[in-house]
Design a protein around this ligand. Structure first.
Ligand code: ADP
Length: 162
C-alpha cells in the first residue's frame, strides 16, 4: 500500500492543484491532501475553510483524504505511514524552493521520498496568490478555479454591512 501526502496552502485550491490531484490519484493507493496551517503565513481562508473547499471540489472518494495540519509535513507523513510527499512544479521560480524543501525533508526523514510533478502548461501561470489578486480586482475567475471557489471568494470579499 503506497500512501502519498500532497501538502500545500491551497488558499484557495485552483485548477492547477486539482489537475495535480487528478493525475496523482491513479498512482497511489491513498492520497492525503494536507492543508497547511502556519503561524508564519497570512491566509485569506482558515484551514478548515480551505479543507472544506477542497472536499467540495473533489467529491466523494475513499482514496482521498483532506486534512488540516500545523507542523512539519514529514512528522505528519511519518504518523500517517506515508512513503511519499508530492509537490507540483510550475516554473523555474518554484525550483529552488522545492529543491531546498525536498532536501530538508530528506534530512529529517530519509525514508520518505519527495516526488515532483510538472504542472500542465495551461496552468503554469495559475497560483492562489494571483487568483486572490484577480478576485480582489473583480476579474473573471472561471478559468482559474472551480465554481465553489468563485462563490467562496466572492463571499469572502463582499463588503461587510455596518
Ligand atoms: P505552498 O504555500 O505550500 O507552496 P500552494 O498551495 O501554493 O502551497 O502550493 C501547493 C503545491 O502545489 C506546491 O507544490 C505548488 O508548487 C503546487 N502548485 C501550485 N499551483 C500549481 C499549479 N497551477 N499547477 C501545478 N502545481 C501547482
Amino acid at each position: 500500500m503506497v500512501r502519498a501526502v500532497y501538502p500545500g496552502s491551497f488558499d484557495p485550491i485552483t485548477f492547477g492543484h486539482l489537475d495535480i490531484i487528478k493525475r496523482l490519484l491513479p498512482l497511489y493507493d491513498e492520497l492525503i491532501i494536507l492543508v497547511a496551517q502556519s503561524d508564519q503565513k497570512q491566509y485569506m481562508f482558515s484551514a478548515d475553510e480551505r479543507a472544506e473547499l477542497i472536499r467540495q471540489c473533489l467529491g466523494k472518494s475513499n482514496r482521498v483524504k483532506v486534512e488540516a495540519f500545523s507542523g512539519l509535513t514529514v512528522d505528519y507523513a511519518k504518523r500517517a505511514n506515508a512513503q511519499v510527499i508530492v509537490r507540483g512544479l510550475r516554473a523555474v521560480a518554484d525550483y529552488e524552493y522545492e529543491q531546498a524543501m525536498a532536501n530538508m525533508n530528506r534530512q529529517l526523514a530519509p525514508n520518505i521520498e519527495t516526488m515532483i510533478v510538472f504542472c500542465r502548461p495551461e496552468y503554469n501561470y495559475v497560483s492562489s496568490r494571483l487568483v486572490k489578486e484577480v478576485a480582489l480586482n473583480g476579474g473573471s475567475l472561471d478559468d482559474l478555479v472551480p465554481a465553489q471557489v468563485v462563490k467562496a471568494l466572492k463571499l469572502k470579499l463582499k463588503p461587510k454591512k455596518k
